[in-house]
Design a binder for this molecule. Structure first.
Ligand SMILES: [Cu+2]
Length: 369
């Protein structure tokens, strides 16, 4: 595995002065890791106080002979908003510019590697279980995972990006640490708010659609799948509907696969529920999806209403998906105990996230014999 890990420094593109990220680093991972290469990812990442670990761009190879296909531009946790049920506190934790924890051999485990100077990021190549089963049997899959831990006072947030051998990308936020002193048993919401610049085939020529499954009494036992431009093809918002299996699709207006179908990536939600909060300045968390054009310097989830207000076109352009993956935390005895006036223990990690899944990027089943 180690021979296939080839991190190299490359020169970072110019960033706005306020951003001050560390220089981006490149990592290339071929799949399967211990056999003839079938697919590969090339990922540029950097770290920064606030969002912690940032994917600056990511390219995929659907087979060893093709050139790199860009999939992502900047992808990050844009905000972590934690309002407590009693009304306060209401923390915006990315805005607080917390730093990453130093990553140690304990973080990396037996098979991980530490990246960065100082070491803040963990690289792991993981078996991801069965990728598919056909009449001849199963095939197991692999994923390259990059993760880091934000040190947010009493809390710790694990920011994790996974780049799978089948072209899918996973985004996960794990909340752990110690419950807030004085409110140890107070339920609260973890609004994990992501900003994803999908740049399929490069940062232009992408359009955002909505997919919904429709099954109503009027359809009398039949169902329909409805595809339509997101918000009429303009910047704006959408809510997730459990009955409709709401999902977003970013479609390339240029690239087609060998079957003549437009290359796309689907945002697949995987949700516990829809968080809604009604304090002042919390309008951004009254909807589950936002889409805007990609403009320099627009990274604050709280400002997304402002970014979207001109209702510019999100068709055949450079697009950003803003997505909420909320997690409701109802404290348990398992989170710890108060002894001698202080909390002893730790909140076990609670994960939430979503997946970007390729559609018509391959011509056939990835990694098939
Ligand atoms: Cu919590």
């Amino acid at each position: 595995v180690s021979a296939l890990l080839m991190p190299t420094i490359f020169k970072a593109p110019a960033q706005p002065a306020a951003e001050k990220p560390r220089p981006a680093q490149e990592i290339v991972q071929a799949f399967p890791a211990n056999d003839v290469t079938k697919t590969a990812w090339k990922v540029h990442w950097s770290t920064e106080a606030g969002p912690g670990l940032i994917i600056r761009s990511a390219w995929f190879k659907r087979d060893a002979k093709t050139s790199w296909l860009q999939v992502l531009g900047d992808a990050r946790v844009a905000e972590l908003f934690i309002p407590y049920h009693r009304g306060d506190p209401r923390f915006w934790d990315v805005e607080q510019s917390f730093s990453l924890c130093r990553a140690t051999a304990e973080d990396a485990g037996a098979h991980g590697k530490l990246l960065g100077d100082p070491t803040e990021v963990v690289w792991e190549l993981r078996d991801r279980g069965v990728a598919w089963v056909d009449p001849k049997g199963p095939r197991r899959g692999q994923t390259m995972v990059l993760w880091a831990t934000l040190s947010a006072a009493n809390y710790r947030y694990i920011v994790e990006f996974g780049f799978q051998d089948d072209g899918a990308v996973t985004f996960r936020l794990g909340a752990t640490g110690q419950n807030y002193a004085g409110a140890e048993w107070e339920p609260h919401m973890h609004n994990n708010l992501w900003r994803i610049n999908v740049a399929l085939g490069g940062p232009a020529h992408n359009s955002v659609y909505v997919m919904e499954h429709l099954e109503t009494p009027q359809l009398a036992g039949k169902a329909q799948t409805v595809h339509r431009p997101f918000n009429g093809g303009k910047e704006g918002w959408l809510d997730w509907n459990a009955e409709r299996f709401t999902m977003l699709r970013v479609v390339s207006d240029k690239l087609k696969n060998a079957q003549g179908k437009p290359m796309s990536y689907d945002l697949m939600p995987s949700r516990m529920g829809n968080a809604r909060h009604y304090g002042p300045g919390e309008e951004c968390v009254q909807h589950d999806f936002w889409v805007t054009r990609n403009r320099p310097g627009e990274f604050k989830y709280k400002e997304v209403l402002e970014y979207a207000k001109n209702r510019e076109s999100i068709m055949n352009t450079d697009v950003v998906l803003w997505y909420s993956s909320p997690a409701h935390h109802e404290p348990r005895s398992e989170d710890g105990e108060i002894r001698d006036g202080s909390l002893h223990g730790a909140t076990p990690v609670m994960w939430s996230g979503f997946e970007l899944k390729p559609r018509h990027v391959f011509d056939r089943t990835p990694l098939h014999r």
